[in-house]
Design a protein around this ligand. Structure first.
Ligand code: HEC
Length: 192
């Protein structure tokens, strides 16, 4: 039988101590990062239980939309509406890395009418929220649609949301204009 030499024994002991300390540090950092995550503010969106009449997409699918990233702002001069375009994490990362949008990508559009700022007439500000709409890439459900996109629109008036009763055929046909860009008009708006 081979005997363990003294120096080997010392090296093993040092390795064990090193491993124990590493494990301790790892545990502490995991606990700290969990605490950090808990303290990150996550606004909750309470969306009504509505669904589109034709493709049955639900408002609840984007329940978490207030945590999405704003990726662009638009203004529709014909509708006099300010729009925020927001993306879920999957879509945001892909856009940032200039990759094609993967299955599960969601792009949300929120529209507000505008009014003059009461104390500075030349400035406009958001007035009433008029619509929340979204596109979701889902090959399983929307494999027959261009780009595998499903569409949903929820309009708001008198403080109440309603699903867009005309359905989504017009969404699909007009978004065809943007087919060179995966049926999306939005480009990631530069912040620098
Ligand atoms: C007549 C053309 C037209 C129709 C119909 C239309 N859209 Fe769009 N959509 C646009 C244009 C133009 C933009 C970019 C400007 C803006 O933000 O309004 C846009 C932007 C969007 C965006 C942001 C992503 C993008 O493509 O830039 C979403 C989400 C969206 N539309 C959803 C819908 C839904 C849902 C419907 C149907 C209920 C619909 N759209 C119908 C023209 C259209």
């Amino acid at each position: 039988m081979k005997r363990i030499s003294n120096s080997n024994y010392n090296t093993e002991k040092k390795t064990m101590v090193f491993l124990r300390y590493s494990l301790l540090l790892l545990t502490i950092s995991v606990i700290l990062s969990c605490q950090n995550r808990k303290s990150t503010y996550q606004p909750i969106s309470q969306v009504p239980d509505l669904e589109m009449p034709d493709n049955h997409l639900k408002f609840k699918t984007i329940e978490n939309y207030k945590n999405y990233k704003v990726i662009a702002t638009h203004f529709r001069t014909d509708k006099n509406e300010l729009r925020y375009i927001m993306a879920n994490n999957l879509a945001y990362q892909a856009l940032n890395e200039k990759r094609p949008l993967p299955d599960g990508s969601i792009i949300v559009k929120i529209g507000w009418d505008v009014k003059q700022m009461p104390n500075f007439k030349a400035a406009l500000e958001a007035n009433h929220l008029k619509r929340i709409e979204y596109m979701i890439k889902d090959k399983k459900q929307f494999g027959a649609n261009p780009g595998n996109w499903g569409y949903a629109r929820f309009v708001k008036s008198d403080n109440q949301y309603k699903a867009w009763k005309k359905g989504t055929a017009s969404c699909i046909s007009c978004h065809n204009i943007a087919k060179e860009n995966d049926f999306i008009f939005t480009k990631l708006q530069k912040l620098d």
